[in-house]
Design a binder for this molecule. Sequence first.
Ligand SMILES: [Zn+2]
Length: 231
Amino acid sequence: MKKAILTIDDIPSNNTKAIVDYLNEKEICAVMFAQGDRLEKMPENAIYALQNGMIIGNHSYSHPQFSSLTLEEGREEIEKCEEQLNRIYQMAGVVRKYRPFRFPYGDKGGKNKDALHEFLKQKGFDKLDDSQIPYSWWKESGLDKDIDTLWTFDFAEYNIRRGNDFTVEDVFKRINDSNPVSGAAILADGGYHFILLHAHDETEELVPEYYKLFIEYLLEHGVTFEKPSFR
Ligand SMILES: [Zn+2]
């Protein structure tokens, strides 16, 4: 068995709606992490995602590196995104049951890490259930204790950019890598993954419907997508 939870960062984007339609077709429920400043400017696609069964979590307001912020600035980034999330859940007419959080770039705040965690706890953020993740490094790094949502596999498709050598083939190399430098092998039996994908219009421009290519491949190779649960 190869199980996974799909997480999608940096919504809303123009391609968010098409991604949601595709996921619904495949009966996959994803946790989508939204940026507050984007929600403020273009809430429609995030509202569409909520009304079509996706869970939206907090990915800060302006996507900074948290280790370069003061504690106060870090808290503000989280709070300002919360305001936007509460607003779009209300506009969508969907009850907000869960509050997952993901740090931009997985940067947990450097010297402010513990204080930011205390803040997430106080604010009632929810931890994506990682009890089935079997990798020893997950626990050894303390990730089983953290409330924020890191990942165990990253497509790294955001590197597909004009002027950059990284291509779709490189994404497939990552998918087929049985001994990756970071994270764990996505196609290994007995795996349980939090998969990281991004909703980027820049990627869409160069590789239309890139998300279909990757997700379809995983489905064909026996990965089943679980419904996210929280603890
Ligand atoms: Zn991001």
